[in-house]
Design a protein around this ligand. Structure first.
Ligand SMILES: NC(=O)c1ccc[n+]([C@@H]2O[C@H](COP(=O)([O-])OP(=O)(O)OC[C@H]3O[C@@H](n4cnc5c(N)ncnc54)[C@H](O)[C@@H]3O)[C@@H](O)[C@H]2O)c1
Ligand SMILES: [Zn+2]
Length: 331
């Protein structure tokens, strides 16, 4: 299969390229780093002839520096996706695998002992300032128990990036319906591993910690470190992309798959394990917070395992050991 990998020079995209080549496919990289912009209709059209499927990883990622980034996020992620899909429709390319994200869910799944499954809204600044990080039941104010989100959980994007990742899925679903194409969105959890970009406001938490350790500093853990996440290794994510590309598509629809290791950990625990593996200073818990961050978000990736026969192969301890010793991109 000849596969156009947008963002193929990036962190996840480059692992997808390697995984595709390893399975005997023919990946073609389309990345801004090589001067190829998905918003450029002519450039995309020129890249599509002979392509069987598109694996769309290109995006502006992370929480960014504030609302000032909104135009650039929307431009790269949503305008870019619309231009790409239009060119695919024109060229008759009918297979799409999209890099989705868990951020579309907002806060994860919570249960109140008295009210069952509830959906807490964004956390109040007063609560965060006072160190009250756990969301409370919107009905009775009691503490909640976090659980795993399934793909059918209603979406609730909490920041600009999340909004653009959700719009990408809606655009892809509209494209699938109107062209009869088949689209898959792999809603990645927190991806980490070799080649992860070094720390910038656009990077993920594992990269912040790893970059601090490389400077000889202690990782700085926000809130109280109790935030639950699912850290999934980049090679497992690349394998999920290959599985989605090789599976037979459901025509005319977009199917979403949570893509996580299935093993939740707290951010504080990740920092400790990584610092120990690196041989660096113990993490410091700072109590700082970022508006737009959610407290707990962990996915149930059972659908991906049962429908696409994929499973995460890299364990947390093993993956973090490798990550501690790996190079970050831009280092
Ligand atoms: N890293 C994670 O934890 C994570 C989690 C969920 C979803 N994702 C998604 O995975 C995808 C890949 O992310 P990543 O972590 O590898 O980030 P990355 O920044 O390393 O890679 C993104 C790549 O896209 C390219 N790109 C950006 N805008 C482009 C444009 N307009 N045209 C062509 N190329 C463009 C960049 O040059 C870069 O090489 C993104 O869609 C991201 O939203 C990542
Ligand atoms: Zn309640």
């Amino acid at each position: 299969m000849r596969v156009l990998v947008t963002g193929g020079a990036g962190f996840i995209g480059s692992h997808v390229v390697e995984a595709l080549a390893g399975r005997g496919h023919e990946p073609v990289v389309f990345d801004l780093r090589d001067g190829l912009d998905v918003r450029d209709a002519g450039a995309v059209a020129a890249a599509l002839p002979g392509v069987d499927a598109v694996c769309h990883q290109a995006a502006m990622v992370g929480l960014g520096t504030g609302f000032g980034d909104a135009v650039e996020y929307v431009s790269r992620n949503d305008l870019g996706t619309a231009v790409l899909l239009t060119a695919m429709a024109d060229a008759g390319v009918r297979r799409l695998v999209l890099a989705g994200s868990m951020v579309v869910y907002g806060e994860g799944r919570y249960e109140c002992a008295g009210h069952g499954v509830v959906r807490p809204g964004p956390r109040a600044v007063e609560d965060l300032d006072a160190g009250r990080f756990e969301p409370r039941c919107p009905r009775c104010g009691e503490e909640l128990t976090p659980g795993l989100v399934g793909e059918d959980t209603p979406v609730d994007p909490r920041n600009v990036y999340a909004t653009t990742k959700l719009a990408q899925e809606h655009l892809a679903a509209a494209w699938a319906r109107s062209t009869g194409g088949g689209a898959v969105s792999l809603r990645y959890h927190n991806v980490y591993g070799p080649g992860m970009p070094r720390d910038t406001p656009y990077a993920g938490v594992a990269s912040f910690f790893r970059s601090a350790l490389a400077r000889g500093e202690a990782p700085r853990v926000f809130e109280d470190g109790g935030q639950r996440r699912d850290f999934v290794h980049v090679r497992d994510v690349a394998a999920a992309n290959v599985a989605a590309l090789e599976a037979s598509a459901r025509e005319g629809a977009l199917i979403a798959y949570n893509t996580g290791s299935g093993e939740p950990h707290t951010v504080g625990e990740m920092a400790r394990v990584l610092a120990a593996a690196y041989g660096g200073p113990e993490p410091v818990v700072t109590g700082e917070y970022r508006l737009g961050d959610v407290r707990h978000i962990t996915a149930d990736s059972a659908r991906l395992r049962t429908e696409l026969g994929w499973k995460a192969e890299v364990g947390f301890a093993e993956g973090m050991r490798e990550f501690a010793a790996a190079r970050l991109s831009g280092e």
